[in-house]
Design a protein around this ligand. Sequence first.
Ligand code: 5GP
Length: 192
Amino acid sequence: MELLKETIQQEGRVLGEGVLKVDKFLTHQIDPVLMQKIGEEFKELFQNEGVTKIVTIESSGIAPAVFAGLSMGVPVIFARKAKSLTLNDELLTTTVYSFTKQVSSDISISNQFLEQGDKVLIIDDFLANGQAALGLADLCQQAGADVAGIGIVIEKSFQNGRDLLIQKGYRVESLARIASLHEGVIEFIEEE
Ligand code: 5GP
């Protein structure tokens, strides 16, 4: 997605250890015009998959997921990282290792929002080693729901997440694929 790649080049900042900071438009301040176009792009990619729900993880997956849900006309559920006092229904829970925080934590979804027969599009802001996406897929499996695909805003293709998810049989679509962040320079994988 050209507009996304241009925005990453203009506004993104490379931190050490292969981390890209995109807090000017995605992970802190949010650019709603760009998010709307991202939502439309996910709709284009997944509209023939019979998607009934979108599942993401708080907090930075929520903006692209909501715009995809708006475009596709389906509800959006975000997995929560902290157990809220009001989240006292039956919970589907799994453990995810966080790439950026380097700690494992539990994520949960109330079982009232996912059910057998749902076809779920998983959306996240970044794909690094694939642990967040795999955790979300595990929650879908626990609910008896099928994963229709995985939509990623920014894939860091120099990490192994994409290969892992494809090996497990998931369809992975990333709107921007980063080949390298070496020496602070953002290089994309060029695709036709
Ligand atoms: P994974 O689970 O694929 O290893 O990592 C994906 C998760 O880690 C995403 O949900 C995202 O929040 C975070 N993440 C991974 N790499 C980056 C990065 O370079 N920048 C930012 N801002 N978040 C990242």
